[in-house]
Design a binder for this molecule. Sequence first.
Ligand code: G6P
Length: 483
Amino acid sequence: MSPEASKEGNDLVVVANRLPVDFTTDDDGSISWRRSPGGLVTALEPVMQSAEGAWVGWGGAADVYADPFEADGMTLVPVTLNEDEIEQYYEGFANDTLWPLYHDVISQPAFHRQWWDAYRRVNRRFAEAAAAQAGTGGTVWVQDYQLQLVPAMLRELRPDLRIGFFDHIPFPPYEIFSQLPWRRQVVEGLLGADLIGFQRNGDAANFLRIVRRLTRHSTRGQQITFEDGEGRPVREIRATAFPISIDSHRFDELARQDSTRARAAEIRTELGDPEIVMLGVDRLDYTKGIRHRIKAYGELLDDGRLTVEEATLVQVASPSRENVDAYQELREQVETAVGRINGEFGELGHAAIHYLHHSYPPEEMAALYLAADVMLVTSLRDGMNLVAKEYIAARSDQQGALVLSEFTGAADELSGALLVNPHDIDELKSVIEQAARMEPKEQRRRMRRLRRKVMADDVAKWSSSFLRTLEEMPVSPVAPELQ
Ligand code: G6P
């Protein structure tokens, strides 16, 4: 479809690598879909359900050609990727180059020119799909690190649009970002947006510093100014923090339901009625600090500071990016550690760690949160971490203790959590023990504070404040000069 075809298109188009659903081809060749994983989908789904607009994204499988369709109150517009593109753009450049680079190089990023070519090619396809969906003068909101070139590509195709970009993951400091052979192109791609949002002030500050180092645009506070040859300002962009959240009220309500409470009690019985249930919920990703958490817990058992009769750890590790080597290695390391600790400390009827390599629907998650006395979020680096916020939203009983890594975006916001440096295993052990032994009164005091924040700052507030700020940006009269 040509961009002209869009005259009667949507006022709001969200563009994300993933649709909120994954396609699967059934035995009879028909295509069906189910919910897809991750924080981005969790955050954007309620936004799109309450807005009139389209969501452009990939359906999670190769070579699926499908027309736009309605699902769960949203218009979904599938973008097709072939197997090579999945390998080079998604598993390669997005998740084996950018993901580790933007997460403190916890895993070594791989730089391959072919992957970069695929990234550019696929970003162009997303830009074209968005251009075809957006109505004249409409708003397009591009999401996350997989699509950083889309803003500039889209501006070239459709200078009439307002373009926003939100980075869901950390934005690294110049010293790390500058390793990227295509660093200038990525910055220029982002600068096609009118408003660039980040999780934390520190991420926005990193980006602004990178703009100063790598381009000739000037910055003042959050403002980036493009100038013409005579030094006259021709375009203004803003880069600032919009910490993301969850649909807090939905989670709160879900967790208040009798069926959820009954399921929570049942889970505790199934676990052998331990005094202390500890819980970790993550995609199986090396950024999440799962190994550190398991190591600390194993040492607490070894020291006799906790026993399997009194405490158990439930670790939900949902499958993620399973074709990427670093993820396969992590899975082996985690499963070896779980097996060793269970073999050494487990007893009949008392497993040390209940390891679940699945993902679960929100109803079951709410019950798990309610069943957990201690929630462990020990990421080595994390854009925000919505699991921490879900746990809080589920605890209207004002019980439970949250152990939270200081390297999450959430740590900037959630005073009331027990903050920890997960690299410091001794400190992690003490903080886990402190959480496990916390008096109900202290739990209530902290949880009340945490809930005030999470219940007030929900995802609807996040998206409306981003979109309002975008609407208030001056429309730039000229196409960007990006060199
Ligand atoms: C993080 C990223 C999202 C991504 C999600 C799941 O939350 O910020 O962009 O969708 O992980 O990862 P996946 O690779 O399965 O889409």
